[in-house]
Design a protein. Structure first.
Lengths: 112, 114
């Protein structure tokens, strides 16, 4: 059974600081996703990582994937308050089977 | 930006009643999914649907659940006899044939069973 673990689960940081969220998974995977969820809202797709060594950046967020270590990271650079949200990683074993297994989520609070 | 549309946004139902949650996936997507999220918890896979049949389902998706694509645009999730523990946010999602862009999630239906 595929297990996906995120850490930390809660993260409080000051504006302007950098931090990294980690996502470990237990089985060889086809692809890994990062999502953002604001309270009471839906899941917004941030990144789709398809291969070993993949790195994608959007604004202050950068995601990477190491399939050998079964590890993905979501790096936050110079955090701003608008980044406060819950971030989920999710892993597929078989592409488009749709059976994504989600991590528990990391709730990020960025303080002024 | 194309969207996945879900209705209703909030549904309150009595325990034991049947509910139908509705979704309109993105028009050129071929794969459709239902997930649920119990308040404050992780997102859980329920079922995936392709070519008018279920392709994968989880242990949660028991005989009380069913899905249907009654026409060319709608995708529905039916819960036959709701239980208190079915209270959750239910998300519909769809993906394109290549799947390279991941899944697009709808805004969700909050189901409250009383």
């Amino acid at each position: 059974e595929l297990k996906v673990e995120q850490n930390p689960l809660f993260l409080s940081m000051q504006e302007g600081k950098n931090y990294t969220i980690y996502c470990n998974y237990s089985t060889t995977s086809d692809r890994l996703y990062w999502y953002r969820q604001d309270p009471g809202k839906s899941l917004e797709s941030l990144f789709v990582l398809l291969s070993n060594g993949a790195v994608k950046q959007e604004g202050r967020l950068m995601a990477s994937l190491d399939t050998k270590a079964r590890l993905s990271t979501l790096h936050i650079t110079a955090a701003v308050h608008d980044l406060s949200a819950t971030y989920f990683c999710a892993v597929d074993i078989f592409a488009n089977a749709g059976k994504s297994t989600f991590g528990d989520g990391t709730t990020l609070t960025v303080k002024p | 930006e194309p969207e996945v549309t879900q209705t209703p946004s909030h549904q309150v139902t009595q325990m034991g009643q049947e509910v139908i949650l509705r979704c309109v996936p993105i028009s050129n997507h071929l794969y459709f999914y239902w997930y649920r999220q119990i308040l404050g918890q992780k997102v859980e896979f329920l079922v995936s649907f392709y070519n008018n049949e279920i392709s994968e389902k989880s242990e949660i998706f028991d005989d009380q659940f069913s899905v249907e694509r009654p026409d060319g645009s709608n995708f529905t999730l039916k819960i036959r006899s709701t239980k208190l523990e079915d209270s959750a946010m239910y998300f519909c999602a769809s993906s394109d044939p290549q799947g390279a862009r991941g899944y697009t999630f709808g805004s969700g239906t909050r189901l409250t069973v009383v």
